[in-house]
Design a protein around this ligand. Structure first.
Ligand code: ADP
Length: 276
């Protein structure tokens, strides 16, 4: 019976010998089931909201052929932006589940951080062409030691952190990207902004799935609440750590992460860079 419940949940770890007895196993199964139900409920809610908006807009457009042009434009752009929100949500959700289930094949190689930062910056500028960005400064010297990472995923982390820094900072504010060796084995990267900041009791929960601060900005900022959860999975899988700091409301935020240096990891097994 236990095995059949387990296979329904798709949990491979059930064969693990670490479970002392059936009671432990049942407790773990119940916890997994609760997590799975919560996840489905949250995802369903997050998808239903934009879907309802799209439906209302399309119904109004269909039932009122003489709708004033201005209102028609508002309806169309609202429906389009909510469709885009749903697309991002599904994409981020699939990315996160790929990462969490260990189905990612990592291509680790020595990388110059500066090149990854340049790629992330150009992707940011392409995506946010209509919104004015804060001033972005970089202090990532070309002579920094190389890191051992997967370039595509590293650019993804940098792009998401930069995107957030710009999203939550006024266009008159500033964003700074800097990096320095940390302890001889790691490189530490910081993305700091002068934006709205994060309350001290939120510094850890911001990395939870679907966490978004309540309020008007939640929708105008247009995120999915999955970006930082994705960043955390990637950085842990690459053998680093990620954390946030802030002096509080309107005092700006700093997001830091570390990555192993290429030379250090080349001399060791390299196994820790695989799937956290
Ligand atoms: P989102 O898609 O909402 O950006 P994230 O997972 O990337 O989702 O971030 C989760 C939440 O963490 C954001 O909605 C915001 O409340 C907070 N946050 C993230 N980055 C920053 C930042 N640079 N400054 C202030 N708050 C931030």
């Amino acid at each position: 019976l236990v095995e059949s419940v387990a296979s329904q949940l798709g949990v491979a770890i059930l064969q693990s010998e670490s479970y002392a007895n059936l009671e432990d196993l049942n407790e773990q199964l119940e916890a997994l089931e609760r997590t799975r139900s919560n996840l489905i409920a949250i995802t369903g809610h997050e998808l239903r909201t934009p879907l309802s908006t799209i439906q209302v807009c399309l119904e109004s457009l269909a039932s009122e052929p003489d709708m004033p042009t201005e209102l028609r434009q508002v309806m169309l752009s609202t429906a389009l932006s909510d469709a885009e929100r749903m697309r991002k949500l599904v994409q981020d959700f699939l990315t996160l589940s790929r990462l969490e289930s260990g189905r990612v094949e990592w291509h680790l190689e020595p990388l110059a951080l500066q090149e990854c930062v340049d790629l992330a910056l150009s992707s940011l500028r392409t995506r946010q062409s209509d919104a004015p960005l804060p001033k972005i400064q970089t202090n990532v010297p070309g002579e920094l030691p190389l890191v051992k990472a997967d370039g595509e995923w590293l650019v993804e982390v940098l792009a998401k952190l930069l995107d957030n820094a710009c999203k939550f900072t006024e266009s008159t504010g500033e964003v700074l990207i800097e990096a320095h060796p940390n302890g001889g084995k790691m490189l530490e990267v910081t993305i700091a902004d002068t934006g709205r900041g994060i309350e001290p009791n939120r510094l850890e929960v911001v990395f939870d799935r679907f966490y978004q601060e309540e309020g008007a900005l939640r929708r105008t900022a247009g995120g999915t609440g999955l970006g930082l959860a994705i960043c955390r999975q990637i950085i842990l899988a690459l053998g680093g750590q990620i954390w946030a700091e802030s002096d509080g409301r309107d005092k700006g935020s700093q997001f830091h992460f570390t990555l192993p240096l290429a030379q250090e990891t080349a001399g060791t097994s390299g196994a820790r860079a695989k799937n956290g």
